[in-house]
Design a protein around this ligand. Structure first.
Ligand SMILES: *[C@@H]1O[C@H](CO)[C@@H](O)[C@H](O)[C@H]1NC(C)=O
Ligand SMILES: *[C@@H]1O[C@H](CO)[C@@H](O)[C@H](O)[C@H]1NC(C)=O
Ligand SMILES: *[C@@H]1O[C@H](CO)[C@@H](O)[C@H](O)[C@H]1NC(C)=O
Ligand SMILES: *[C@@H]1O[C@H](CO)[C@@H](O)[C@H](O)[C@H]1NC(C)=O
Length: 499
């Protein structure tokens, strides 16, 4: 059993994130590749590992946990034809002129051949930069559409971003800075379409890499003895809700991302309904490797049988810091510059929020509380469109539903370990409420009304506890209520009686 410590990395950039922070928090000595080595795996990595893992700090210390590695390094990571890489801790090498996704793929094939030559099981990661935007250092960081290989330049010539309801809408919804965005003009729309075509072309190199990886495994006879996990670390919005290309929001475009798993015991072509997040990946991989970890996640159900028994219905979404528009037209205002990142002079600072997605038989919703204290609610059922005043679940009205969502978010914003997987248990220790629908029972109405609510006193760029409002929820004590005594709820910190 491996115990993951509570780690405070709440941004992808300094001072709240990035490689130096990863090192300071001890993560470099206590994360997935190291746990896998601990149970006999050989581990390999090609591509991007962390932000701010750079030509300056790549060896102080060297990234832990890999038997062999070839890492892309900042400040060149997102330059498609100007990569700098460090192989197994060696001095950074320039690959000027080479196409980065093809380059990191070649290195991954080399590691795969190496791994297949040993008797031990192996864990290999390839993290190509496609379809990230191209970011060059030219004074400050300058961002533009991704570059693609010449051989893919003829593809997707006619492609357009789907013109759905959320595409550059006439009437803008949302809260905080999103609500203020002006409608995009035809120049920006044309740029966005071409930007999206460039993303699709850049992903053709990734597709070819998947194909070749599978072929190498097939030729070695190991394909059916290997799990292949294909995913991404974020989604993307581009012209939806009038936004410049980017990814720091809670919208479906940003958070609803693909996860494809192939391997022994997994049905081909099956589309899972399980509600999961990347917090679950480490547990999933450790379980596939025959071990386990104690983390804030739980193994993703990879078989139909386990999927049917899966009870998780929520995903926690949290973001601190800047919304960073990408591309040549992205400009949201003048937030304070973050250390070493001039691109943020175009970013907006009030982009700190907590959100939850909750998905059950009768609901599919998104609820958010922003650092401005504004709240946002979306019904994501396909037949959505009713007003909040008409929204109901199991006959309970919107006014009854929101306090439950507030309480769920209260638990999830500061949960640790399995509490993050089974948050209702913190509110209802007796274990008789395990879902939103259970919590909607009218006998809990008063209980949910007295709960402290998520709020912020300031829009911070990372987790600052003092700016995040109340931390503890009230717990429901079933016995008391059934005996008709004054309803007694318990604060996690002490007792308090409400009548
Ligand atoms: C990979 O690294 C681990 C941890 O240092 C070590 O025990 C193992 O022998 C290495 N494997 C190979 C093939 O060198
Ligand atoms: C369209 O919008 C962009 C971004 O705001 C601006 O730079 C450009 O001048 C506008 N083009 C026209 C034709 O109005
Ligand atoms: C954030 O919101 C506050 C209050 O609404 C506002 O005064 C401030 O200018 C905003 N900051 C940025 C960087 O947008
Ligand atoms: C948000 O609400 C809390 C609680 O009512 C209040 O203390 C805080 O000042 C508010 N924050 C902002 C940014 O208005």
């Amino acid at each position: 059993m491996i115990v993951v410590l509570s780690l405070q990395v709440t941004d992808v950039w300094a001072p709240y994130g990035g490689y130096p922070k990863i090192v300071r928090e001890g993560i470099n000595e206590n994360y997935l590749p190291i746990w896998l080595q601990g149970i006999g795996y050989n581990t390999y990595y090609s591509g991007k590992l962390w932000n701010q893992h750079s030509i300056e700090n790549y060896n102080s210390p060297y990234a832990g946990g890999f038997n062999q590695s070839d890492f892309l390094l900042d400040p060149f990571t997102y330059e498609y034809r100007n990569a700098w890489m460090t192989r197994n801790g060696g001095p950074p090498v320039s690959y000027a002129g080479q196409y980065s996704p093809d380059l990191t793929a070649e290195k991954a094939y080399g590691f795969l051949e190496e791994a297949l030559g040993h008797d031990e099981p192996f864990f290999l990661v390839h993290a190509p930069i496609a379809s990230h935007g191209d970011i060059k250092l030219a004074g400050g960081f300058v961002s533009d559409q991704p570059q693609y290989a010449e051989r893919h330049a003829h593809l997707f010539k006619e492609y357009q971003i789907p013109r759905g309801d959320d595409f550059n809408p006439e009437v803008q919804g949302g809260v905080s800075w999103v609500r203020e965005l002006p409608r995009l003009n035809d120049t920006v729309i044309a740029y966005s379409d071409e930007y999206q075509r460039a993303r699709l072309r850049s992903l053709q190199s990734v597709d070819e890499m998947v194909d070749k990886t599978v072929k190498i495994l097939e030729e070695s006879g190991q394909l059916d003895n290997t799990y292949i996990i294909y995913t991404t670390d974020n989604g993307y919005h581009i012209a939806q809700h009038r936004m410049a290309p980017g990814k720091e929001c809670g919208f479906e475009t940003d958070v609803h991302i693909p996860l494809v798993v192939r391997g022994p015991g997994i049905a081909a072509g099956h589309i899972s309904k399980a509600v999961t997040s990347h917090t679950d990946l480490a547990s999933t991989i450790m379980e596939l490797a025959g071990s386990s970890i104690d983390s804030d996640g739980t193994p993703i159900p990879l078989t139909a049988e386990r999927e049917n028994n899966a009870r998780v219905e929520h995903v926690t979404i949290e973001y601190w810091g800047l919304a960073i528009p990408e591309g040549i037209y992205g400009y949201y205002g003048d937030a304070n510059m973050t250390e070493g990142m001039n691109i943020s002079s175009h970013a907006v600072g009030n982009n700190t929020y907590k959100a939850i997605r909750v998905i059950g038989e009768e609901y599919n919703l998104y609820y958010a509380v922003w650092c401005t204290n504004e709240t946002e609610f979306y019904d994501l059922n396909p037949d959505y469109g009713h007003l909040a005043s008409q929204y109901a679940i199991a006959g309970r009205s919107f006014d009854n539903i929101v306090p439950r969502l507030d309480a769920l978010m209260m638990v999830l914003k500061s949960c640790k370990g399995q509490e993050c997987v089974r948050p209702w248990g913190t509110l209802h220790p007796a274990g008789d409420v395990v879902s939103l629908i259970d919590s909607l029972d009218s006998r809990y109405d008063v209980f949910y009304q007295v709960q402290p609510k998520v709020s912020f006193s300031k829009c911070e760029l990372g987790y600052i506890r003092e700016s995040e409002g109340p931390q503890d929820v009230v717990q429901f004590e079933k016995d008391m209520q059934e005996q008709g005594a004054p309803v007694k709820f318990r604060y996690q910190g002490g007792f308090s009686i409400w009548t």
